[in-house]
Design a protein around this ligand. Structure first.
Ligand SMILES: [Zn+2]
Length: 175
């Protein structure tokens, strides 16, 4: 465990080193680990294949192979992230809790068509235009409700629907 002073010193040190340089160093280490793990997996695989099908050792080795595969996938993802940092695309794909909250707070009134009195003019889920007696759509707590088709959604849902975006794209659009 680090003391508060040490933690601050560590944070300052981390902030002072060049992020891209650090990512490059880390990537070099990960790449070695990646190659090493592939070699281990190849050896294990060859070993398993040389054993009879019903022997315990073979099942044991295959089980280990699965574990190595999971770690390999993790390393692969980490390396992709580091490559993005080096290429200056850092955090392009990262959606944080904060971003989601901010997106949900995006005013619903600015996302949907409103009538003269500032109320939602139509339902984004279903075409209820044949029934115009009274508006069936309303906004409450920044969520859109349609009482004719019984659907509701927050700013993210509505943006995904209206603009045909994925969840991530909608969150980014609403920042
Ligand atoms: Zn509806």
């Amino acid at each position: 465990m680090l003391s508060p002073k040490e933690r601050i010193a560590m944070a300052e040190f981390k902030a002072s080193i060049d992020q891209e340089w650090a990512a490059g160093r880390r990537l070099t280490v990960l790449l070695q680990e990646f190659v090493w793990r592939q070699w281990v997996m190849l050896s294990l695989c060859e070993c398993a294949m040389s054993l009879p099908k019903d022997c315990f050792e073979r099942a044991f080795i295959l089980h280990h192979l699965t574990g190595h595969q999971k770690k390999l996938d993790g390393t692969d993802k980490h390396m992709a992230h580091l490559r993005n940092v080096i290429n200056g695309k850092r955090n392009m794909d990262v959606i944080t809790e904060d971003m989601i909250l901010r997106a949900k707070e995006y005013p619903m009134k600015e996302l949907v068509e409103t009538n003269g009195r500032g109320r939602p003019a139509k339902c984004p889920w279903t075409d209820h235009q044949h029934d115009t007696r009274r508006p069936a759509v309303s906004i409450k707590h920044n969520k859109l409700y349609c009482f004719k088709c019984n659907r509701h959604g927050d700013s993210i849902d509505v943006t995904m629907l209206i603009e045909g975006l994925s969840f991530r794209e909608a969150v980014r659009r609403l920042q």
